[in-house]
Write a protein that binds this ligand. Structure first.
Ligand SMILES: [Zn+2]
Length: 89
C-alpha cells in the first residue's frame, strides 16, 4: 500500500488518486463547474479569469486541465498573458 498526499488539503491517504476521499467530492464539483464554464465561454480566457469566476484555485485548475478529460477544453484557455506580466515602476 502506498501513501499519497492530497493535492488539495495535504492529508495523507491510501489511494491511487491525487486527492483524499474528502476532497474527491470537492474535486468532482469543481471539475463539473469548470467543464460548464469552459463549454459556455466563447472567447479565450486566462486562468486568472477562470479562477475569479469559478472560485477554483489556479493550483487546482492546473491539475484539472492536465487530465485527459480537459484536453479538448484546455484549448480555450489563453496562455498569452502568462509571461506578459509587466512591472511598471
Ligand atoms: Zn484532501
Amino acid at each position: 500500500m502506498q501513501l499519497n498526499q492530497c493535492s488539495r488539503c495535504g492529508a495523507f491517504f491510501v489511494s491511487e488518486n491525487h486527492v483524499c476521499p474528502n476532497c474527491e467530492i470537492k474535486d468532482q464539483k469543481d471539475m463539473a463547474k469548470l467543464k460548464t464554464y469552459l463549454t459556455e465561454s466563447d472567447n479565450p480566457i486566462s486562468l486568472e479569469e477562470i479562477s475569479c469566476n469559478t472560485g477554483i484555485s489556479i493550483k487546482n485548475l492546473d491539475r484539472f486541465l492536465a487530465t485527459d478529460d480537459f484536453q479538448p477544453l484546455s484549448k480555450k484557455i489563453s496562455l498569452t498573458d502568462k509571461g506578459n506580466i509587466s512591472i511598471s515602476l
